[in-house]
Write a protein that binds this ligand. Structure first.
Ligand SMILES: Nc1ncnc2c1ncn2[C@@H]1O[C@H](COP(=O)(O)OP(=O)(O)OP(=O)(O)O)[C@@H](O)[C@H]1O
Ligand SMILES: [Mg+2]
Length: 155
């Protein structure tokens, strides 16, 4: 998977690269600044449109992407997002993987609790993002980093 990433965390989370599904395109965008969040929002909207997600689903995916991108920057110390299109033969999806080499999340269940924050936020980013997508996975290791993968299918 070395061509996918410089972030070490993507290597340990390589099982999130779902082999059942066909990759149609991939892109990797950096995530360190607010401008990067804007670029990610734009590209995610573009890919969602390309697979003809409904306007509501496009917005859900872009919203989830924004929250995860901000977490990557704020808590992960920066990282990158991998954007892929999936096809299982019946439908298409956009998959986003947010990867950082930051401190990791000690208690994932706690972090996914509505209102839990260590940074003075609302504590609704992770839990909200999970509700907005079809698939949601977190792979995190203390001291090594975090990868959050989300998938939104066309229905
Ligand atoms: N990539 C990450 N690396 C390390 N810790 C993280 C990461 N993403 C989230 N966390 C931890 O999970 C907590 C919950 O994240 P969540 O996005 O739900 O809330 P928040 O960012 O604190 O507030 P909000 O997103 O509502 O403004 C964070 O406060 C932080 O402790
Ligand atoms: Mg957040």
């Amino acid at each position: 998977m070395s061509e996918l990433s410089t972030a070490a965390s993507v290597r340990f989370a390589s099982h999130l690269l779902d082999a059942r599904k066909v990759t149609f395109s991939r892109a990797v965008l950096p995530l360190t600044t607010d401008e990067h969040v804007v670029s990610v929002r734009r590209m995610v909207r573009e890919r969602a449109l390309a697979i003809k997600l409904s306007l509501v689903d496009q917005t859900k995916l872009v919203t989830a992407a924004s929250e995860l991108a901000r977490n990557t920057i704020k808590y992960g110390g920066g990282g990158e997002v991998h954007i892929r299109e999936l096809d299982d033969g019946l439908s298409r999806a956009v998959q986003l993987m947010f990867a950082d080499d930051g401190p990791g999340i000690a208690d994932v269940e706690l972090a996914l609790t509505d209102g839990y924050t260590t940074g003075g936020g609302l504590g609704l980013g992770l839990s909200g993002a999970r509700r907005l997508v079809d698939e949601f996975d977190i792979d995190t290791r203390p001291g090594e980093g975090t990868v959050v993968s989300i998938v939104k299918w066309k229905r």
